[in-house]
Design a protein around this ligand. Structure first.
Ligand SMILES: [Zn+2]
Length: 255
């Protein structure tokens, strides 16, 4: 005798295809509690939504975003500057680089810096197998969670290099956006633009990588950069907040 499929089995099938009402409710509930949906639901329940890759935020507000990779926190003047100017900076952290400096990071977090994921060991991820990419991203999620009690939602791939496997791995680890940059600050404090219009525009994400040549400290480079930002009538926004807003909007619009 042929058995009718149960509601649960039907839902599981529908989930695989397009999600279902129960799952949508569960996702909304998990988000409202501030948990990451991929982990809250368990790894086998449904494929995670791929995070968007962004180098700027769609906004009309006169804001740009300051992001730092790999070691700015070791500059003692940097935390002072962030605190004094109340700068909502975002730091992308690699455990191998930041691990010894987690004390500085706690201080930076206390004065308003956002701590986000930049892998455990800083490999170029593109082309690596899924398990390896996932270990790099989820591993750093776990480190940041155990050190600071936070669940980062943003991820910057080392060297800005990634592939579709990176996006799947990032989604598995609870990442909601992969963050690149539209402008980058050179070691001598000049802004460079990998593509697009070579001037700062509202919504631009600026990367301040650690400089090989230490002619200027991260704090000094930031002060110079702030002069340029303010000279263009812009200010520094909090990337996390603007991206959350944009991602919610994209989901509501179905893209
Ligand atoms: Zn890096």
């Amino acid at each position: 005798m042929r058995r009718l499929p149960t509601a649960a089995a039907l839902c599981a099938v529908v989930l695989l295809l397009a999600g279902c009402a129960g799952a949508a409710g569960e996702r909304a509930g998990a988000d409202a509690r501030g948990q990451d949906p991929a982990h809250a639901a368990g790894p086998l329940v449904r494929p995670a939504r791929l995070p968007p890759v962004v180098d700027r935020v769609r906004t009309r507000d006169p804001v740009v975003f300051l992001t730092y990779d790999d070691g700015a926190e070791r500059d003692p003047g940097f935390a002072g500057l962030v605190s004094e100017r109340r700068l909502p900076v975002t730091l992308f952290l690699t455990d191998r680089v930041a691990g010894p400096g987690y004390g500085h990071l706690a201080r930076l977090r206390a004065v308003g810096a956002s701590l986000q994921n930049h892998t455990l060991d800083h490999p170029a991820l593109r082309g690596l197998p899924h398990a390896g990419q996932r270990a790099e991203i989820c591993g750093q999620q776990h480190k940041l969670r155990s050190r600071f009690g936070i669940r980062p939602h943003l991820f910057r791939p080392p060297y800005g290099t990634y592939d579709r496997t990176t996006l799947r791995a990032a989604a598995d680890c609870g990442i909601t956006a992969v963050v690149l940059w539209r402008a980058s600050l050179s070691a001598d404090g000049e802004l460079t633009y990998p593509h697009g219009e070579p001037r700062l525009r509202p919504g631009d994400i600026i990367s301040v990588p650690s400089a090989e040549t230490e002619s200027l400290t991260p704090a000094e480079r930031t002060v110079r950069l702030l002069g340029e930002i303010e000279g263009r009538g812009l200010r520094v926004g909090r990337l996390e907040d603007y991206l959350r807003h944009e991602i919610t909007g994209r989901r509501a619009a179905g893209n």
